[in-house]
Design a protein around this ligand. Structure first.
Ligand SMILES: Cc1cc2nc3c(=O)[nH]c(=O)nc-3n(C[C@H](O)[C@H](O)[C@H](O)COP(=O)(O)OP(=O)(O)OC[C@H]3O[C@@H](n4cnc5c(N)ncnc54)[C@H](O)[C@@H]3O)c2cc1C
Length: 337
């Protein structure tokens, strides 16, 4: 009987991330559909609590643990994954596409003489064989991938399956992996503060800023300093995710006054991103089609614009507030306290 191996690494607190639980749901369904055994491998400084948290999946558990495996490090992560994959003779390996596994698992496919496909959006079984799905052209086309080569390593993007729920008591077979020869040392982490990181894919709300924030206002002056304060205030209070129109992020290249915390990574639209949030609020952005196309996965859309005839008014949002975004957002911030 073939084996589908689910791989996970623990977080700093020893738990499994939501995306790891999602990958388990996908791996379990794949194993069931293929009539294969499910094995689970957990890597981290301490793995038993994490294994217990998903013991209900019914897998045979393997663990590689110890201080050498607490942090993301290509060589030790790869050695651990290789030991687990060989211990269970995995035909398929499924893991979530975390930055840690995105670095290490392509190397696993090379070591095992297999193949890897990354950033997948779904897994299914067709005629007893695994099929992987992946978006192309910024989510405009979904590709279906079938491979004969084995082992096949698959990493799944977050948000593509429900998180597995089913704790219990796992009987973990501990594997000893010697990484004393690894020269890379993890000396610490430097992370931006939560408030510096304004792209928050898991937030419920997307707040989009447009070039209007840097344009001359009714009094004939620009007020970029006020705009920055109002926007940051709203972001920090609501912990929403920040997006931008192309015009606003391009201003830096044109020498205009800029919103200092915006980068091209924030750009939403045809040549930007298509984020997935339950709600979106656009401000000082015209709502032209190349921008709004990036909103196709946003369910509830609202916009603030002084112009009642702006693009948003042409059936592109659910509610358009016709008014001055400076005044409206200041008031909103007041309400939020
Ligand atoms: C091939 C191609 C690809 C593109 N890709 C993208 C893309 O990926 N993403 C993208 O965003 N654009 C993209 N664009 C550009 C897009 O067409 C628009 O030019 C751009 O989105 C306009 O940005 P904006 O609405 O912020 O600026 P503007 O068009 O300058 O609009 C500013 C708006 O702010 C409003 N405003 C001003 N002051 C206030 C205030 N106080 N209160 C409320 N409202 C106010 C104004 O009424 C105006 O509607 C692309 C264009 C092309 C040709």
């Amino acid at each position: 009987m073939s084996t589908v191996l689910y791989l996970a690494h623990t977080e700093c607190d020893g738990t499994l991330h939501k995306s790891a639980l999602e990958a388990l749901t996908a791996a379990k369904a794949l194993a069931e559909g293929m009539g294969a055994e499910l094995a689970a491998g957990v890597i981290g400084s301490e793995v038993s609590a994490a294994a217990d948290s998903i013991a209900g999946c019914g897998a045979k558990f393997y663990g590689v643990s110890g201080p050498d495996f607490s942090d993301a490090r290509y060589a030790s992560d790869l050695a651990a994954a290789e030991a687990i994959a060989k211990a269970c003779d995995a035909e398929i390996v499924v893991a979530s596409a975390t930055s840690r596994f995105s670095r290490a698992l392509p190397g696993l496919a090379i070591r095992l003489g297999g193949r890897v496909d990354t950033h997948l959006s779904g897994l299914e079984v067709l005629d007893g064989k695994p099929v992987a799905k992946r978006w192309f052209y910024r989510q405009r086309m979904e590709g279906t991938l079938i491979r004969e080569e084995r082992p096949w390593v698959l990493t799944l993007d977050s948000g593509c399956a429900d998180g597995f729920v089913g704790a219990g008591s796992a009987d973990v077979e501990s594997l000893a992996v010697d990484v004393s020869g690894v020269r890379t040392r993890v000396t610490g982490m430097e992370c931006p503060s939560e408030d510096e990181q304004t792209i928050r894919p898991d937030a419920e709300l997307l707040f989009v800023t447009g070039a209007g924030w840097t344009k001359k206002q009714a009094d004939g002056s620009v007020h970029v300093d006020v705009a920055e304060e109002v926007i940051l205030n709203f972001l920090n209070t609501t912990k929403c995710s920040l997006g931008s129109s192309k015009s606003l992020v391009d201003i830096s290249g044109e020498g205009g006054s800029i919103i200092s915390f915006l980068t091209h990574m924030h750009q939403v639209g045809q040549t930007g991103s298509s984020p997935r949030h339950a709600k979106g609020l656009s401000s000082c952005c015209h709502g032209e089609e190349p921008h709004v196309v990036g909103w196709r996965f946003i369910n509830e859309r609202r916009a603030i614009n002084t112009d009642a005839g702006c693009g948003w008014a042409q059936g592109k949002c659910d509610v358009l507030y016709v008014g001055d975004a400076f005044e409206i957002m200041k008031k909103v911030n007041e309400f939020l306290g």
